[in-house]
Design a protein around this ligand. Sequence first.
Ligand code: ADP
Length: 260
Amino acid sequence: TREQRWLMRVAELTDGRRLVHLVDRSLAHAAERIRVDFVANASHELRTPLAAILGFAETLGGEAGADEATRIRFLGVIMKEAQRMQTLVDDLISLSRIEAEKHRAPDDAVDLRALTGEVTRVIQDQPASRDRTFEIEAAGELPPVAGDRAQLSQLLHNIVGNAIKYGRAGSPVRIALAPADGGMVRLTVEDQGDGIDPKHIPRLTERFYRVDSGRSRAMGGTGLGLSIVKHIVERHRGRLDIASVPGNGTTVTVRLPAAP
Ligand code: ADP
């Protein structure tokens, strides 16, 4: 019946023995549910900016298009919505690439200190970070990480980008790099911001999960950043921990295996 948890399949082998295969249907159902939700969410997220683009383009084709100021304003909206779609599609492509590579162990020896420097310089140049500072503290003896350089760069972009997006105006972002137990290298990114209510923390790495959708969208977020981070950490056989004090700030810690 539908309610039965276990599905049993029995196959008779040529030598007369029987092979019994037990399938946990609740797990199969959960995986199917996640897949269906993901497709529904992704379609919805793409449809919203698409509807805006079509609506504004149609209006521009009518009488409103004759007015210069209106034309400039509407074209601005169309650009912004198209950029949102592009960011979303880029994140979806990243997710599927990382998932496709999950069984291939990454093997570059990555200098996380240099990579952190590069990523923070790029972020620092963006308008959203104009009033923000980075405090980077790296241990002298920092071993390289066994990793995929492009993916670790994306991981840093997403975590540090969140610290900028959700941190208080003018507050610093602290980044620390140090060797950790078990042959690992530890990266911590700490912001001073509104923080996150503990009840949301276990769900933050789900695709499209946002604490405050309006705020995330206004900041150009897709809701996929931390889910990409989780997949990258898993591919590297690392660990991700998120700790937060509401009203105070958030600390994201990633542990990655050092290169042999
Ligand atoms: P988004 O694109 O919405 O930022 P993420 O997957 O990166 O998506 O993060 C999921 C949600 O987690 C965000 O919408 C936000 O609510 C919350 N979040 C992530 N990082 C932080 C942070 N440093 N401080 C407060 N909230 C955060």
